[in-house]
Design a protein. Structure first.
Length: 54
């Protein structure tokens, strides 16, 4: 069970990193608290503004 939890934490962190890297420029941000070492049971993504394609 411990390995499953570790994998879950790694995958959640990977998803958060991808969101920050790829979606920040489109007005998205992570709404969930980002504390180093904290276990996140759900991930909240917020749309801050409308993206206007130029």
């Amino acid at each position: 069970m411990e390995q499953v939890q570790k994998k879950s934490v790694r995958l959640t962190q990977y998803l958060m990193d991808l969101i920050q890297l790829e979606l920040t420029g489109y007005g998205f941000e992570i709404g969930s608290p980002r504390q180093k070492g904290a276990v996140i049971s759900s991930l909240n993504i917020k749309k801050l503004r409308e993206y206007v394609k130029h």
